[in-house]
Design a protein around this ligand. Structure first.
Ligand SMILES: Cc1ncc(COP(=O)(O)O)c(C=O)c1O
Length: 350
């Protein structure tokens, strides 16, 4: 019966902003892209994307990498030696969701600071340990995540970020920004990408999240730093040949899919307001394209979602995350809410 019900319904996929299909215009840009062997440095479309990304972030250089995880890990390699400590936010993606890469690949330890994705200068000063004492694992780099995935798409307040970066510099630390969804922060705040990126040695951002490209991330920084990131990319097997096919999608995304992130943010708020009206606890209030909410009987709720062809990830006990994106309209949000209203009614009746 449940299978019949969901088979008759159009699926609405709110699992992640990574599930989008390339638009017809993006596919056309891909088809027309001039390409060459990028491992020989001969792909004009990759070059154009790298120049564009560096300019957007106000850095000297940028490198195209296959994924956000590789962007983070290749960056960390340039900041650390085995035994070093990386400071990062609670539940940072580079710690929680990258397969243990910092320790498995580079032999570094990650120490979390702050709460719910945020921290301040005091947290940095308390956590960083000196490199001179040979007993101590030296703290080498501070990593931010903005927007913060596990904290619900939260934007790091700019003043707090700058103060924490200044404290890190006083302590001689390197600075990395995991900006997988940096452009969501840009659109939500009106603060340009250059300003967010300014304090950092390395900034990675993803094309394959809210920007709607199928593959790829950029790491941006000084020319010397990006040379080191390039070496780390090689080590990780991340050199790609006629990668202009992918870079063309990225260029198209930067041209056409940044401003429209405001629609995703409005849809997230619409969804959160609708859930609230159904008596469902939304926490925290969405700032960008993610909606985190809580349900008592999570197993029954998850079953009910499946029966209604609603795809939403459970991310902890009783906790769900819905993400808005390019392939979700306001009408889809209203339809999802109507299906959830029916589910809630059914759960209350039993
Ligand atoms: C904050 C953050 N950083 C990095 C990544 C890694 O990106 P990828 O899946 O391309 O490796 C993700 C993926 O969702 C993310 O949310």
């Amino acid at each position: 019966m449940a299978a019949l019900l969901s088979a008759a319904m159009r699926a609405i996929d709110l699992r992640s902003d990574t599930v989008t299909q390339p638009t017809p215009a993006m596919r056309e840009a891909i088809a027309k892209a001039p390409v060459g062997d990028d491992v020989y440095g001969e792909d004009p479309t990759v070059d154009a994307l790298q120049r564009r990304a560096a300019a957007l972030l106000g850095k000297e250089a940028a490198l195209f990498v296959p994924s956000g995880s590789m962007g983070n890990q290749a960056s960390l390699r340039t900041h650390t030696r085995p035994g070093d400590v990386v400071l990062a936010s609670e539940n940072a993606h580079l710690l929680r969701y990258e397969g243990g890469a910092p320790s498995a690949l580079w032999g570094v330890q990650v120490k979390t600071i702050g709460r719910d994705g945020l921290f301040d200068a005091g947290d940095v000063r308390r956590a960083a340990l000196p490199s001179e004492d040979s007993h101590v694992a030296p703290t080498r780099v501070l990593a931010f995540e903005n927007t913060h995935n596990f904290a619900g798409g939260r934007v790091f307040p700019l003043d707090t970020l700058r103060d924490a970066c200044a404290a890190a510099r006083e302590l001689g630390l390197g600075l990395h920004l995991d900006g997988a969804r940096l452009f969501n922060a840009v659109v939500a705040t009106g603060v340009p990408a250059q300003m967010w990126a300014e304090p950092f040695d390395t900034v990675s951002f993803c094309l394959s999240k809210g920007l709607g490209a199928p593959v790829g991330s950029l790491v941006c920084g000084s020319r010397a730093r990006i040379r080191e990131v390039h070496r780390a990319r090689k080590l990780l097997g991340g050199g790609m040949r006629q990668a202009g096919i992918l870079a063309a999608a990225g260029l198209h995304a930067l041209d056409h899919h940044i401003e429209r992130l405001a629609l995703d943010h409005a849809n997230a708020k619409r969804f959160a307001d609708g859930l609230g009206a159904l008596g469902i606890t939304v926490r925290p209030a969405p700032e960008t394209n993610m909606v985190m909410f809580e349900v008592d009987d999570a197993a029954a709720f998850a079953r009910g979602l499946r029966e209604r062809a609603l795809r939403i990830n459970a991310i902890g006990p009783g906790r769900f995350r819905a993400v808005t994106h390019l392939d979700v309209t306001a009408a889809d949000i209203d339809e999802a809410l109507a299906r959830i209203e029916e589910l809630v009614r059914e759960m209350r009746a039993t």
